[in-house]
Design a protein around this ligand. Structure first.
Ligand SMILES: Cc1ncc(COP(=O)(O)O)c(C=O)c1O
Length: 386
């Protein structure tokens, strides 16, 4: 009897490989400074927890509409209008188990075999695997550390073919921290406008974690002419430290959103009803924790950058948002460096290959400043000796 055959989506995540290695190291009795974390080290706001407790007491946690309870869609629409300058009708909102599921649903709903998805590198590690899972092809385009990892319009133009279906813009970027100005986005839009088949995925999930006062520029708001081809992604995970609650959403054209909801209805029905109630509280309650936390991240970023700048072996761009640093390591491969670093110093980082940047490391600054600075110091010392 022959063995069942499977369609491998990913070779195995280097992020998880490093997390496993760090866990082994810890289990062997070593202290680990973990800079691999992709989630905030804060708790959700108190009013979110209170709303969840109150909801549980009602004992009514049945199925909800596929695209969420009406108060959640109302809160999302109000949030899009208030924070991004984007107006959506109720049937232009999709909700899923995290932004991740909504993005996956969008790709499943729209990609034909052989379609291409343009991904500026460094990219969030999940995008290429999602694209491949849909039988489509990730087209990775480079950006440069020296220009803040922003996609150049000429590079985008050269990557577009008749098979291009999506262009992904993630700002602030994971792991790049890149943020685009309105004029940057307008220049990219000019390239995309001439190709009516292309859809734009604007992944804004890190938008509240930014380190300048410049208002956030979201693609569909900057380029209303392309709003009917743009899917804007957001969620509670990063902004409200609610990663495990699994609530993410998209706003976009009705036909695309309807197709996304159809996929959602057959893979999870809806995200957890309790989490939906908590997400309503997060979006409609006090927002004062957001700038406070962004400022804490900024201070950590600056403290880490000051230490990393001491090493002649590292070049590090100052990220404008999110909570990652993505230093380039001169003349070394990230995979081997990350493994050797853990063995020698107990500092766990993610190799850049997970994000399309082989000679980089990703360092999260979603941890306390003292541990972060100590971790960076050990990296600098290690590179100096090795
Ligand atoms: C760029 C980016 N988009 C989307 C997500 C998905 O977030 P969630 O599924 O927790 O809403 C993440 C999470 O790491 C991310 O980094």
């Amino acid at each position: 009897m022959s063995l069942p055959r499977f369609r491998p989506v990913a070779a195995g995540s280097p992020i998880l490989a490093m997390a496993r290695k760090a866990a082994e190291h810890r289990a062997a009795g070593h202290e680990v400074i973990d800079l691999t974390l992709g989630e905030p080290d804060f708790a959700p706001p108190d009013h979110v927890i209170a709303a969840a407790h109150e909801a549980l007491d009602t004992r009514r946690m049945g199925y909800t509409p596929v695209n969420g309870i009406p108060p959640l869609r109302a809160a999302i629409r109000e949030h899009f209008a208030r924070e991004r300058g984007l107006t959506f009708a109720d049937d232009e909102i999709a909700v899923g188990c995290g932004a991740k599921q909504v993005i996956f649903n969008a790709f499943l709903a729209s990609l034909e075999k052989g379609d291409e998805v343009v991904l500026p590198a460094p990219y969030w590690a999940s995008y290429p695997d999602m694209v491949r899972a849909c039988g489509a092809v990730p087209v990775v385009v480079p950006t440069a550390l020296e220009t803040g990892f922003r996609l150049d319009p000429d590079v985008l133009a050269a990557a577009i073919t008749p098979k291009t279906r999506w262009v992904v813009i993630n700002a602030p970027g994971n792991p790049s921290g890149a943020v685009y100005s309105a004029s940057d986005l307008a220049a990219l839009a000019e390239v995309i406008a001439g190709h009516p088949r292309i859809l734009v995925l604007s992944d804004d999930i890190y938008a509240p974690i930014r380190f300048s006062d410049t208002p956030y520029a979201s693609f569909a708001a900057v380029v209303p002419d392309l709003a009917d081809r743009t899917l804007t992604i957001d969620g509670v995970s990063k902004a409200y430290a609610m990663t495990g609650w699994r609530v993410g959403w998209a706003g976009g054209p009705k036909d695309l959103v309807t197709a996304i909801n159809a996929v959602q209805s057959q893979n999870a029905t809806q995200t957890s009803s309790l989490s939906q109630i908590a997400a309503v509280a997060a979006l409609t309650g006090p927002q004062d924790s957001l700038p406070v936390r962004a400022e804490i991240y900024r201070k950590r970023r600056d403290a880490a950058l000051a230490v990393l700048a001491e090493s002649p072996h590292l070049s590090t761009a100052a990220p404008d948002g999110a909570f990652y640093l993505f230093p380039r390591i001169a003349g070394r491969h990230g995979d081997e460096t990350a493994m050797a670093l853990l063995e020698a110093t107990g500092v766990a980082v993610v190799p850049g290959s997970a994000f399309g940047g082989d000679d980089h490391l990703r360092l999260s600054f979603a941890l306390d400043e003292a541990s972060l600075v100590e971790g960076c110091r050990r990296i600098v010392d290690f590179l100096g000796r090795a």
